[in-house]
Ligand binder design. Structure first.
Ligand code: NAD
Ligand code: TYD
Length: 375
């Protein structure tokens, strides 16, 4: 296939400059009202306003239209509330909107919830992904003039399992060894995305990234939970001994990496995306406490570190995740640009300035869930 390419320096999002394609895309973004999805929608919209963006999102507890409020009224943007398991709806959307690109974020995404109730994870992450792939399989090659159709499946490093301190980081050839219902469901969906390329030639790409953080992160995840609990003077629950290690990827760096995968990635390939920022949970929480003490005005308790409380460990808690991102760097020219110190400062500042966003999320349902996990 031959692509016509042009270079528009002002829009170049990645390091290498060779390939921003000319024809506007018609892109379906699933889960676009969630954390990473909404950051990506905004990123893509700001990057190329000629592209048609359709967001499909069921608005579960994690989906929030406030995440997309600034795009409302834009002619090239459409929001559709719906479920990725609804095949007739998806077929209609693909056809009517002449979609050539799917960027698939929609998922149940929280490990603790998957331990409490795995059913929704099987339904959305496995059946939902399968439903999208099936619909796209029958749709993509019937498009008359689509130069670069793509199904980008956004996945996680958790499919690779857990590392010991001395192990090398996960690479694209690390065998899958998922340990939680969440990661098992994501692993299954990755295998379907891979199989649809090999069996049906559906142009799929899989990306496996580490822990994202940044604006619009739902406050059940470690970083926003800690920020908000510090502001409310509530305990900061650290699971187990706090020595578990995660690699932290600033969400805007992730969006740039996905851009590179869309524009330059090779169908059938997998790309690992990491922040090069391995940190022990307890160290991360202490960094957040220090930032809050420095940046927040009134706090119920200072120093915030006094709120740290070690609680019962998560069942099957993976000890360490780390990513070798050399493939996406060498093949697509991407590398992370935000250190964890810079990213946490920006994130803390965002939560301090956006109380109107997070306050309404501390609903009864959220409180009930919080009680279940921490008691
Ligand atoms: P999120 O939970 O913040 O958002 C998920 C979105 O999907 C929500 O808007 C929700 O309403 C929507 N959704 C859920 N079920 C749906 C369904 N059946 N039909 C349609 N929409 C549905 O998740 P996130 O953190 O933004 O993660 C996005 C993707 O990235 C997920 O696939 C996740 O597995 C992957 N990922 C996330 C991280 C991370 O650190 N957050 C790391 C690696 C990979
Ligand atoms: P989380 O944000 O849930 O992401 P994931 O499980 O996908 O890595 O958790 C990040 C790490 O923080 C993980 O090791 C579990 C730990 N953790 C806590 O110690 N306390 C908490 O309240 C939460 C939510 C997570």
């Amino acid at each position: 296939m031959c692509y016509e390419i042009t270079v528009r320096p002002s829009l170049l999002p990645c390091m290498d400059t060779a390939s921003i394609a000319q024809t506007p895309r018609r892109i379906l973004i699933t889960g676009g009202a969630g954390f990473i999805g909404s950051n990506f929608v905004r990123y893509w919209h700001d990057r190329d306003r000629r592209d048609r963006i359709v967001v499909l999102d069921a608005l579960t507890y994690a989906g929030n239209l406030a995440n997309l409020a600034d795009l409302e009224g834009d002619d090239n943007f459409r929001f559709v509330q719906g479920n990725i398991c609804d095949r007739p709806l998806i077929e209609k959307l693909l056809r009517k909107e002449a979609i050539d690109t799917i960027v698939h974020f929609a998922a149940e995404s929280h490990v603790d919830r998957s331990i409490l109730g795995p059913d929704a994870f099987v339904q959305t992450n496995i059946i939902g992904t399968f439903t999208l792939l099936e619909a796209f399989r029958h749709h993509w090659n019937s498009l008359p003039a689509t130069p670069r159709p793509l199904f980008l499946h956004v996945s996680t490093d958790e499919v690779y399992g857990s590392l010991n301190p001395e192990d090398p980081p996960f690479s694209e050839t690390t065998p899958y060894a998922p340990n939680s219902p969440y990661s098992a469901s994501k692993a299954s969906s990755d295998h379907f995305a891979r199989a649809y390329f090999h069996t049906y030639n559906v142009p799929t790409i899989i990306t496996n990234c580490s822990n994202n953080y940044g604006p619009y992160h739902f406050p059940e995840k470690l970083i926003p939970l800690m920020c908000i609990n510090i502001l409310l003077g509530k305990p900061l629950p650290v699971y187990g001994d706090g020595q578990n290690v995660r690699d932290w990827l600033y969400v805007k760096d992730h969006c740039r990496a996905l851009d590179c995968a869309i524009e330059r990635g090779k169908p059938g390939e997998t790309y690992n995306i990491g922040g090069n920022n391995e940190v022990k949970n307890i160290d991360l929480v202490r960094m957040l406490c220090r930032l809050m003490d420095e940046l927040a005005g009134d706090l119920p308790l200072r120093p915030s570190e006094e709120l740290i409380t070690f609680v019962k460990d998560r069942a099957g808690h993976d000890r360490r995740y780390a990513i070798d991102a050399s493939k996406i760097q060498s093949d697509l020219g991407w590398q992370p640009s935000v250190t964890v110190e810079e990213g946490l400062r920006k994130t803390v500042q965002w939560y301090l300035e956006n109380e109107d966003w997070w306050k309404p999320l501390l609903s009864e349902e959220y409180r009930a869930y919080y009680q279940k996990v921490y008691n």
